[in-house]
Write a protein that binds this ligand. Structure first.
Ligand SMILES: [Zn+2]
Length: 327
């Protein structure tokens, strides 16, 4: 692209090839080609990157215009790429923290002293029943502390032996059973951090994956990965659906860029490297990525300034400039 007017035939050939490639990049728009032929777009003078013949292009955007367009650049550097899995799951009472309160002996129910939703303490009296066997009244108390989840009897009714009177659940903590699939069941293991989010109000809680259960559900082919959440506010409700982000691993990388820096030109991943007011499309080889950023395996050095916001605007500007860079 820096071919002087007296360029050798070989250089002209190379320049022509670049011109054709640039035209293709513009979607073969005849107007763009005409524009290019007239050389109406002035390219930045004084740079000496002859290898730019391989690059998709560059453009010049004065600082004031870049600022007005919201174009933001930042020096790239090392970072950490997380392996994250977004999954869904359900809240459930913890096994062993549920209790059933039953009548020991058959007889009329004299009193029931708790209602659904009441908080009760272990040992708190919940019912009085006249025993048909001993002809005395006996008390039934709560076996655990928790919340009354159901009441299955009426005052004046007759309890049978072993009849269920109340169900009590300790809901101060809940299981969150997350559904994972396929190869992820090998990949997601106990001990990794999980952030669980309520669907109802978006409130999140950080916890740790405790175990991946051995079975797989036949119908859904999902496996349960289980964590525990604290339920201090009482708004984590058994049966409610939640979403969760499981972070399996974090790998360091020498150069990372936010996903917002990435664009595609001529089928190649590029970022836009800023030098002063000049923005040059730089093909990059990408590595691992997560929800926010991607590792750059080749093509970019730490410390280079890269467009991290409004990269599409820069791409469009280069597209408009089109083949005008080429002589
Ligand atoms: Zn993974």
């Amino acid at each position: 692209m820096k071919a002087p007017l007296t360029a050798s035939p070989m250089f002209r050939l190379a320049a022509l090839a670049v011109l054709l490639a640039a035209l293709a990049a513009c979607g073969g728009d005849p107007a763009a080609g005409k524009d290019a032929a007239q050389g109406s777009h002035a390219h930045a003078e004084g740079d000496d990157h002859d290898e730019e013949d391989e690059a998709p292009g560059q453009t010049t955007i004065p600082a004031a215009r870049a600022k007005a367009a919201g174009i933001v650049s930042a020096a790239v550097g090392p970072g950490t790429i997380a392996d994250e899995h977004d999954v869904q799951g359900l809240l459930a009472p913890i096994d062993g923290r549920m209790a059933q309160v039953t009548a020991r002996f058959p007889g009329p129910i004299r009193a029931l002293r708790a209602n659904v939703g009441d908080r009760v303490r272990a040992g708190q009296p919940l019912a009085s029943i006249d025993s048909n066997l001993s002809l005395t009244t006996y008390g039934v108390s709560a076996p655990i502390s928790g919340v009354v989840l159901s009441r299955q009897a009426q005052v004046g009714g007759v309890a049978g032996e072993g009849q269920l009177l109340f169900e009590i659940g300790d809901l101060s903590q809940l299981w969150v059973d997350l559904h994972i699939f396929g190869a992820d069941t090998q990949h997601i293991t106990a001990g990794v951090p999980v952030t669980v989010t309520r669907m109802t109000d978006g409130v999140s809680q950080a916890t740790t994956l405790e175990r991946v259960l051995p079975g797989t559900a036949t119908a859904s082919q999902s496996t349960v990965a289980r964590a525990t959440v604290d339920n201090a506010d009482g708004l984590w409700r058994p049966g409610a659906a939640v979403r969760a982000r499981i972070v399996v691993a974090s790998a360091p990388a020498d150069v990372v860029v936010p996903l917002s820096a990435l664009q595609s030109m001529d089928g190649r991943d590029v970022v836009f490297v800023r030098t002063g007011d000049t923005y040059q499309a730089r093909p990059v080889t990408l590595g691992a990525r997560d929800a926010r950023q991607v590792a750059v395996a080749a093509g970019l050095q730490a410390g280079e300034e890269v467009v991290v916001e409004q990269s599409y605007t820069v791409k469009a500007d280069i597209g408009k400039a089109g083949a005008g860079h080429e002589h």
